[in-house]
Design a protein around this ligand. Structure first.
Ligand code: NDP
Length: 325
């Protein structure tokens, strides 16, 4: 596969200090992997419980500004929503020409929310894996998918640095995937704003129709998701293929699923809606602008309240209270 890389030269990092900014899900895992790959990262974190665990694990713990100052290669591993302000106030002042800023998601850089000084390389090393598994799959050598890209090559050596960082955190064990901040951010947002809402809506609609047909809440909710059967099916989709996993279902189920899927193929309203989400909301930057507005947090709180008060959420709480978690 010409888009995959399964090994990389670590010399691009020799003599350079790596700073891990944020010792959270990704930061703790990546710092441990870097250390086991022979590096001695400095860790920058606010003074709190995460900082205490970094110190307990024997890392060279400093303030965020001091760690950035000491580092030549800075891994930005704090939550996306705090990055723009943190980069402006504590990280940009410590970045010098020739340094590398490594992001683990493409959103902020692609949508122009990070102010990175001139002369600094900006690259992406984005594991497609939760932090705990980034560590476990480094230790057991299974690896994990990892998107890599160069967003700004000020030094002419940004690719070597990107691949070396990816390898040092275990991101090439499974073959790194050449991508871009635009692609990574857009696909992430597309899953969140097209795929998952459609899946949640399918469940919500199915619940309404089945209840209206006179079936009980506990039977309907267990059939739909409380039994965790859909989680099992999705695990098999990843392992055996979207249709390969059908062999695990009865022949009656296979016939019913495929016959109904065939009938759906003639409907392209969903494709048009998905295309509008991709182009009008995501790639245009409209969503990123809306989410950057100060009032967006309050709107999220209101939307969460509304979802929490929906009929399916109320029914789920009632069934759980009766049948246990
Ligand atoms: P976490 O929420 O686990 O990171 C928390 C870290 O950020 C902690 O060290 C926390 O320190 C620090 N932090 C939080 N708020 C602030 C603040 N205002 N100022 C300074 N430090 C702060 O983040 P993740 O590890 O989940 O995400 C880090 C990056 O990795 C993001 O870009 C994310 O998109 C990306 N990523 C995450 C994945 C995941 O599965 N989680 C997968 C792939 C990429 P404190 O102790 O002070 O709270």
């Amino acid at each position: 596969r010409d888009r995959s890389i399964d090994a990389a030269d670590l010399t691009a990092l020799s003599g350079r200090t790596i700073g891990v900014i944020g010792f959270g899900n990704q930061g703790a895992a990546q710092a441990a992997n870097l250390r086991d790959s022979g590096h001695a990262p400095v860790v920058g974190n606010r003074d709190d419980a995460y900082a205490a665990s970094a110190a307990e694990e024997g890392f060279d713990l400093r303030s965020i500004a001091d760690a950035t100052d000491a580092a030549d290669v800075v891994l930005l591993l704090v939550p996306d929503e705090v990055q723009p302000e943190l980069v402006r106030s504590e990280i940009a002042p410590g970045l010098r020409a020739g340094d590398t800023l490594v992001v683990a998601s493409g959103y902020n850089f692609h949508f122009g929310l990070l102010e990175v000084p001139d002369g600094v390389d900006v690259v992406m090393v984005a594991p497609r894996m939760i932090g705990a598994a980034v560590r476990d799959r480094y230790v057991d050598r299974h690896g994990f998918p990892c998107f890599v890209s160069v967003e700004r090559d000020a030094t002419g050596r940004a690719w070597e640095t990107t691949l070396a960082v990816a390898r040092a955190i275990g991101g090439t064990l499974g073959g790194a995937i050449v991508s871009s901040a635009r692609e990574e951010a857009a696909l992430d947002l597309f899953s969140e704003q097209a795929v998952w809402p459609a899946i949640l809506d399918v469940v919500r609609t199915a619940h309404r129709v089945a209840i209206e047909a006179g079936f009980s809440e506990e039977a309907v909710l267990n059939e739909l998701y409380l039994s965790a059967e859909p989680a099992e099916v999705f695990a098999h989709v990843a392992r055996d293929g979207l249709f390969g996993q059908l062999g695990l279902h009865s022949r009656t189920s296979q016939y019913g699923q495929l016959r109904a899927l065939r009938a759906l193929e003639s409907h392209d309203e969903q494709a048009s809606r998905f295309a509008r989400v991709m182009h009008d909301d995501i790639l245009s930057g409209d969503f990123a602008r809306e989410w950057s507005r100060p009032e967006a947090g309050e709107r999220l709180d209101a939307l969460r309240r509304e979802a929490g008060e929906s009929p399916i959420a109320a029914a789920e709480a009632e069934v759980r209270a009766r049948l246990g978690p």
